[in-house]
Design a protein around this ligand. Sequence first.
Ligand SMILES: [Zn+2]
Ligand SMILES: [Zn+2]
Length: 170
Amino acid sequence: MSPDLMNTIGVVLQVILALAGAFFFAFWISLVIWTFRDIRARTRDVFAQILATLLVLLFTPFLGAGLVLYLLLRPKETLAEAYERALEEEALLRDIEEQPACPNCQRPVQADWRACPYCRETLKTPCPYCGKLMALDWVICPYCAREPSRRSHELRESLPLETAPLGKSE
Ligand SMILES: [Zn+2]
Ligand SMILES: [Zn+2]
């Protein structure tokens, strides 16, 4: 082999090595940036964000150890996913709470039932004034705003007043 050819091969090898090095460096920095963005989507803890980024920055050149460690240790959910899940759980909980249950036997009942068909427990009573169904613990009827507990007292007083035409009392 002539010295010229040896020289050319040397230069080509150097260029290939430089390109490989540049590619590796760019890839490494991209991984660090990706890690920084990824950890910021997963935690608001600044210390954890710095630690994760440093881990990938310092240890990824060792056969990708930093990146592998980060992928193993990072929080499973992103903050957006955790928020989504919290909302779903809350909605589920609300559904369960809103499903009316018999106070005696805890079995599901319908909102318009007057008695529990399983244990005979009274669930609702009709309002003595307007006839709409009222829960037993309601103090006044939400439909006509009158108090069933003072029924006899109020019926005598309020009915003549309401049926009397205005101005007739004078
Ligand atoms: Zn019941
Ligand atoms: Zn009523």
